[in-house]
Write a protein that binds this ligand. Structure first.
Ligand SMILES: NC(=O)c1ccc[n+]([C@@H]2O[C@H](COP(=O)([O-])OP(=O)(O)OC[C@H]3O[C@@H](n4cnc5c(N)ncnc54)[C@H](OP(=O)(O)O)[C@@H]3O)[C@@H](O)[C@H]2O)c1
Length: 266
C-alpha cells in the first residue's frame, strides 16, 4: 500500500468542494494523486478552486435539474473515468421549529441533502461504476442521532441520508462501496453560528478538547474512499471529537444542543 492509498490517477467528484470540509477533501484527494472535480453554486469559487487543485469544476446547485447528469458527463469526458464520489454539499435550512417549516424549504432541504446524492450515485453508476467499480462517501452529521432545537429539518434529511447510504451499500455491492462520515462541530461557514460566539466553551464541551477542523473530517473521507478501506461498506464513521461519548453520559451533557438553544436565528 502506497501513501496515496491507491487513489493516484483515480477520478473523484466532490460536491460543495470550494470551502469547508469539501475543500479539504478535494485538496487531500488531489494531494493523493487523484483527478478532482469540484462543484458549488458560486461559479467564481468553482473556477478558483479547480485551478488551485489542477482539476476541473462545474457550477450549479446539486439540486438543479440535469446537474447530476451534466456532472457525470463532464467528468467522463475530461478524465475518462469516475471512481470516487463524495456527496458533501448540503443545506441546514429551514432553521427553526418544525411546526414553522414551510413546504418549499422542506422540499429544497430534501432535494439538496437526500435526492441529489442519490441522483449523483445513479449517474456515476450508469456512466462508470456499474462496469468498473467505485466508492462513494456521503457526508452526514453526528447530530442526526439526536433530537435538537431548530435543526429538525436538517437532522431529518441527514438521518435519511444515513439510511440511503446503507441501502445503496446493499444494492451496489460488490461493485461499489458506499459509506458515510458523520462530523461533529467543525470550523466552517455552515457551523459558524454555533462555534464563533464562544469557541472556548464549545471546545470545553468536547472530550477531545477542541472543535473539529475541516481536515479532521477530510482525512476520514479520503481513507474511506481509498483502498485502505476496501473491506468496508455501509459504515458510518463518526469524526466528532467525542461528542457522542459526551452525549451518552447523561442529561444536559449534549453541549451543541445547549448552544443551539441560545441561537434562535441564523
Ligand atoms: N461544519 C460542521 O460543523 C458540520 C457538522 C456536521 C456535518 N457537516 C456536513 O459537512 C458538509 C460540508 O459542510 P461545511 O460545514 O463544510 O459547509 P460550508 O463550509 O458551508 O461549505 C459548503 C460547500 O457546499 C457548497 N454548497 C452549498 N449548497 C450547495 C448546493 N445546493 N449545491 C452545490 N454546492 C453547494 C458551498 O458552496 P456554494 O455556497 O458556492 O454553493 C460550499 O462549497 C455538509 O454535508 C454538512 O451538512 C458539517
Amino acid at each position: 500500500m502506497t501513501s496515496s492509498y491507491g487513489l493516484r490517477g483515480r477520478a473523484a467528484v466532490v460536491t460543495g468542494g470550494t470551502r469547508g470540509i469539501g475543500r479539504a477533501v478535494a485538496g487531500a484527494l488531489a494531494a493523493a494523486g487523484a483527478l478532482v472535480c469540484v462543484t458549488a453554486r458560486d461559479a467564481g469559487e468553482v473556477r478558483r478552486t479547480a485551478a488551485e487543485l489542477g482539476g476541473i469544476g462545474l457550477a450549479g446547485s446539486v439540486a438543479d435539474a440535469g446537474h447530476p447528469e451534466e456532472l457525470a458527463d463532464l467528468v467522463l469526458r475530461e478524465f475518462g473515468r469516475l471512481d470516487v464520489l463524495v456527496n458533501n454539499a448540503a443545506t441546514n435550512r429551514p432553521y427553526g421549529p418544525l411546526m414553522e417549516a414551510g413546504a418549499e424549504a422542506w422540499r429544497e432541504a430534501f432535494a439538496v441533502n437526500v435526492e441529489a446524492p442519490l441522483r449523483l450515485v445513479q449517474c456515476a453508476w450508469r456512466g462508470w461504476m456499474r462496469e468498473h467499480g467505485g466508492t462513494v462517501v456521503n457526508v452526514c452529521t453526528e447530530g442526526a442521532g439526536h433530537v435538537g432545537p431548530h435543526i429538525g429539518a436538517y437532522g431529518t434529511t441527514k438521518a435519511a441520508l444515513l439510511h440511503l447510504t446503507r441501502q445503496l451499500a446493499g444494492e451496489l455491492a460488490p461493485r461499489v462501496r458506499v459509506n458515510s462520515v458523520s462530523p461533529g462541530l467543525v470550523r466552517t461557514e455552515m457551523a459558524r453560528f454555533v462555534w464563533e460566539p464562544d469557541e472556548a466553551e464549545a471546545a470545553a464541551g468536547l472530550p477531545l478538547g477542541r472543535i473539529g477542523e475541516p481536515e479532521d473530517a477530510a482525512r476520514a473521507v479520503v481513507w474511506l474512499v481509498s483502498d485502505a478501506a476496501e473491506w468496508i461498506t455501509g459504515a458510518d464513521l463518526l469524526v466528532d471529537g467525542g461528542t457522542r461519548v459526551r452525549a451518552a453520559s447523561g442529561p444536559g451533557a449534549y453541549a451543541v444542543h445547549e448552544r443551539l438553544r441560545r441561537v434562535p436565528e441564523i
